[in-house]
Design a protein around this ligand. Structure first.
Ligand code: PPE
Length: 305
């Protein structure tokens, strides 16, 4: 990663190297952070942040679930992200807002731990490799399950959830796969360590519902909307593991992963072992929109001016 110039902290822009916290901050021992990841795309009308409002809303929702007080409004945080990208002079980048419990009281109960908010950005290329978007990735089912209901809330994008994601991703990596797919605590398909998942069979698209321990992905929502626009049949439904092995197409969605085809699962080829027609259609629609080639009919792009 190449550092950029400025990071936003509690309302002020500070130098990249000054964005520090004390080692005894609550977040370090107890994982008490919530965060976001957004992409800013280069369009012909200049840089534009994709679904800024929805990401910022999810950030505040995550903080609310964890009772983390936030003194900034949705609008203020949106504006700060636009200013951040502008100030750092990037055409396209990844934006990472982080809200954490800081330095003060010790012990699990967060008393006297001030909320610290940081907004950073940097240039970030293709998440699952340069070839992934066209060729697809080889993945496995993880031996780790996704976080169960009543353990850690899956609707919150909390730092602590990513201990589970790390186990999934590391296991996949060490066994030679690009990514792992986790089942939920009932053994149904949940999601990748950092992506939602879609399964296509006979032209019908399936994706697990929010009750299957998935993050309410904003790319997921975008793809659901685009699929319906294209007249494709799509259902949110509980999906058994073996559906993956007999699918015609499988793909991941995520801010970092965008729309990435899956070409094999547990060394079983998905369909013909290459990107399928439904995945390609949705990828095209997605990139046309984020890159400003197609009309932004839902107002998903916030220009950085
Ligand atoms: N599930 C998980 C567990 C997840 O982390 C992400 C995003 C998604 C689904 C997709 O959500 P959305 O980005 O709103 O479409 N993962 C982020 C983290 C990547 C990272 O390594 O850090 C991302 O894609 O930005």
């Amino acid at each position: 990663m190449t550092p950029t110039e400025k990071i936003w902290h509690n309302g002020k822009f500070i130098d990249w190297n000054e964005a520090r916290i004390h080692v005894l901050s609550h977040v370090v021992s107890y994982g008490s952070s919530v965060f976001e990841g957004l992409r800013c795309y280069e369009t012909k009308n200049g840089p534009a942040i994709f679904r800024l409002r929805e990401h910022t809303r999810r950030l505040l929702d995550s903080a609310k679930i964890y009772r983390i007080p936030v003194e900034f409004t949705l609008e203020q945080l949106m504006e700060a992200q636009v200013q951040l990208v502008k100030l750092n002079g990037l055409k396209s980048c990844y934006v990472r807002p982080i809200i954490l419990r800081g330095y003060g009281g010790v012990g699990v109960l967060p008393v006297n731990n001030p909320t610290e908010i940081f907004l950073a950005c940097w240039e970030w290329g293709k998440y699952l490799g340069d070839e992934a978007l066209a060729a697809g990735v080889d993945v496995c089912i993880s031996s780790w399950n996704r976080i169960a209901p009543n353990t850690l809330p899956a609707l919150a994008k909390a730092g602590a959830n990513y201990m589970n994601s790390q186990l999934i991703r590391m296991e996949a990596h060490h066994n030679g796969y690009a990514e792992g797919i986790a089942l939920d605590s009932e053994g149904r398909i949940s999601e990748g360590s950092g992506e939602n998942i879609f399964v296509v069979r006979d032209g019908k698209i399936h994706t697990p519902p929010l009750g299957s321990s998935v993050l309410p992905g904003i790319t997921r929502d975008s793809v659901v909307t685009l699929a319906r626009d294209l007249g494709l049949e799509l259902v949110e439904t509980v999906i058994p593991r073996e559906m993956l092995y007999v699918a015609d197409e499988v793909f991941f969605t995520g801010t970092a992963a965008e729309v990435t085809p899956v070409r094999s699962i547990d060394r079983i080829e998905v369909g013909t072992g290459r990107r399928g027609p439904v995945t390609e259609k949705l990828q095209k629609a997605f990139f046309a929109l984020v890159e400003g080639e197609a009309a932004d009919k839902y107002g998903w792009l916030t220009p950085v001016k």
